[in-house]
Design a protein around this ligand. Sequence first.
Ligand SMILES: Cc1cc2nc3c(=O)[nH]c(=O)nc-3n(C[C@H](O)[C@H](O)[C@H](O)COP(=O)(O)O)c2cc1C
Length: 86
Amino acid sequence: MNQKYQSLFEPFTFSNGIRLKNRIVLAPMTHFSSNADGTVSDDELIYYARRSKGPGMVITACIYVSANGKGFKGEFAGDSDDSRAM
Ligand SMILES: Cc1cc2nc3c(=O)[nH]c(=O)nc-3n(C[C@H](O)[C@H](O)[C@H](O)COP(=O)(O)O)c2cc1C
């Protein structure tokens, strides 16, 4: 590996104390895989499990934060305390 990439594989600690094992971040990518009621589906869990072993941080797809804010079919919900994104 080219040495200029070495720092990507070093841990990073945010000021709040949360520590990432490396500095590689999975960028958010839209999917259409949530259940019709906005809950997380098995397909989503498989999707994120496959992609979360390497990066220090995974940013999920967008959620809707109010009940009338759903933008598209298959978007997942974050509009209530009962919503559990992951
Ligand atoms: C909620 C959200 C969903 C996104 N979905 C996609 C997507 O489906 N496909 C895509 O190419 N980029 C998507 N993006 C943008 C990428 O995450 C990323 O920012 C973009 O590809 C630019 O990457 P770069 O800064 O490394 O060039 C999304 C961004 C956000 C905030």
